[in-house]
Ligand binder design. Structure first.
Ligand code: ZN
Ligand code: ZN
Length: 556
């Protein structure tokens, strides 16, 4: 295939995040030079047993390393930053981002032991020349500090890559999304608006972080025992609102969870935590009365290893929640995480803990950081793009934003798939090609393709179980000693000993059928036994369990 980046064109290719929530990775190329925007993780669901996180495959960046001038990170949410420490060494380009995100990223690199990184802190509203591109980071409000949209100027024209944003009229940290900022770039002409689709199906406005403090005070007043509030650890504005609300009702705050400490630490480093009452530490917990404490805990998505799930299972040594205590969910469920969240809620409920979610109360205890319909309409009116390309969401949300743009009289909309190569200019924007996109899985410390045989095997084991037999044969194919047979995860109407005897008999029969005078190797013998046994067990169990045979032939 000839390299799509050889052309003198301005192209956009989403490599992740445009068919699913998470794993955002976007690529712009102009006259043969590339910049990438964001490089995040997605949460793995039950299709990937034993895997917690997925990454977008950066193969296209790797193959075009010498053309890749920059990775720009719009904000410190995991779906935008989380894959960088895992993948950066594969393409090693300079990373441009604002101070808070840079601080978080440095901590992540340190934790992963990645060295030689090149992080360049940029100022908002400043033009930065990166090869053929001129980039400007435009401040927007979002549920993490220092988020920005990227205004990309090229010789072929300009586009606005929105990143995640909303129109919070009074953000607790960071800037508002200002009308004048976006009208100013509109004056320069915008070929395409490439934007956040998360809430494109939701009517109205997302609301304001400023309302959370009041909502939390009202909720806290209803609680008698200990209170735990769970939220995204990167939502520093939320941490501040919870801390202020706790102070007003005479409670002290303890932060629980590593990522929360990392994020709040970064916020302190960047001077974002001024005038906030001091947090207590784990050591103070035993000295505080139940009615005087608010825990802010990680794990709002039901993550198995996060603090809230461990507390709910009674596995967190310094914090226990029981009858009379309350857990407030100050977050929405990211689609796909509902089952894990319910597991946590069930464990809490079984311990007598009262659970409050945003839908259980009229008080504002959560607002989304993403633009709802009215906000998207407002942005399109400010920017007046010729074309809208929805990204950041599943197909439903992308289509909803496209429909909204059409209703706003935007001339053209293009709904991409991951891998769609869109020519933005010259000419009218259109999809001109498709590149392969894949996902990678983080398996403890290794990164493997999601279709790796280990994951396929785990999935199969999960649903079909396994049978394994070990056999030692002599040169005449006589069985020496015992045949060892194990079954995993299989049930049928007959008792287990009986089944093992039957399986053994089947194996002996297959061995008898093998003609000993024809020279065969161990592999061939194993395969013959395996095929016969597999057929037999699938008859008994009405499943096709993973069947493995280990044959050792002595003197063959
Ligand atoms: Zn996002
Ligand atoms: Zn975000």
């Amino acid at each position: 295939m000839s390299n799509i980046f050889n052309s003198d064109e301005f192209l956009f290719t989403p490599l992740g995040g445009s068919e699913e929530f998470g794993a955002n990775l976007n690529l712009y190329s102009c006259n043969g030079e590339l910049i990438a925007i964001d490089c995040g993780i997605a949460f793995a669901d039950e299709r990937f047993p034993g895997i917690d996180i997925l990454l977008p495959d950066p193969w296209l960046l790797e193959e075009n390393k010498e053309r890749l001038k920059a990775l720009i990170i719009t904000h410190a949410h995991e779906d935008h930053i989380g894959a960088v420490p895992h993948l950066w060494e594969r393409f090693k380009c300079p990373i441009y981002t604002t101070k808070f995100t840079a601080t978080v990223l440095r901590k992540k690199f340190d934790q992963e032991g990645v060295e030689g990184t090149d992080i360049r802190v940029i100022n908002l509203n400043e033009d930065i020349e990166i090869g053929v591109f001129t980039i400007k980071a435009l401040p927007v409000s979002h549920s993490v500090p220092s988020s920005f949209s990227v205004f990309i100027q090229t010789p072929h024209g300009n586009v606005l890559h929105s990143g995640d944003w909303n129109l919070d009229p009074a953000p607790v940290t960071g800037s508002r999304t200002e009308e004048k900022t976006f009208q100013k770039i509109s004056d320069k002409g915008i070929i395409a608006y490439i934007g956040d689709s998360t809430n494109a199906q939701v009517n109205g406005f997302s609301g304001s972080e400023a309302d959370i403090e009041k909502g939390m005070i009202e909720e806290f007043k209803k609680c008698k025992g200990k209170i735990a509030v769970t939220s995204f650890s990167s939502n520093i504005g939320r941490v501040i609102s919870i801390a202020r609300a706790a102070e007003k009702v005479g409670r002290s705050v303890v932060l629980i969870g590593r990522s929360l400490h990392r994020m709040v630490g970064s916020a302190y480093d960047c001077g974002l935590m001024q005038d906030i009452p001091e947090f207590l530490t784990d050591d103070d917990i035993s000295h505080i009365a139940d009615e005087n404490v608010v825990f802010i805990v990680t794990g709002s998505q039901g993550e198995h290893r996060a603090a809230l799930a461990r507390i709910a299972r009674g596995e967190y040594s310094s914090v226990s929640l029981n009858k009379g205590d309350s857990v407030i969910f100050s977050a929405r469920a990211i689609p796909g995480n509902e089952r894990n969240i319910n597991t946590v809620k069930n464990n809490l409920s079984a311990a007598g803990v009262r659970i409050v979610t945003p839908s259980d109360t009229k008080n504002t205890i959560h607002v989304s950081g993403h633009p709802c319909k009215e906000e998207i309409i407002q942005m399109l009116q400010w920017v007046e793009p010729d074309c809208v390309i929805p990204v950041h969401g599943e197909r439903l949300q992308l289509d909803a934003q496209a429909k909204l743009a059409q209703a706003c009289q935007v001339k053209r909309t293009i709904v991409p798939n991951n891998g769609s190569v869109i020519r933005l200019a010259p000419g009218e924007p259109e999809i001109i090609d498709h590149v392969e996109t894949r996902m990678l899985a983080v398996d403890l410390t290794r990164i493997i393709p999601v279709n790796h045989q280990s994951i396929t095997a785990r999935r199969k084991l999960q649903y079909s179980g396994a049978v394994h037999a070990s056999i030692v044969l002599d040169g005449d194919l006589k069985v020496l000693g015992e045949i060892k047979i194990d079954t995993i995860g299989l049930t049928c109407d007959r008792n287990d000993d009986c089944i093992i005897e039957d399986l053994e008999e089947n194996i002996l029969k297959s061995i008898c059928d093998i003609e000993a005078d024809i020279v065969r190797d161990e592999e061939e013998i194993s395969e013959t036994i395996r095929i016969s046994l597999r057929r037999y067990v699938s008859d008994i169990f009405r499943l096709k369990p993973k069947t493995t045979i280990h044959v050792t032939c002595l003197d063959i």
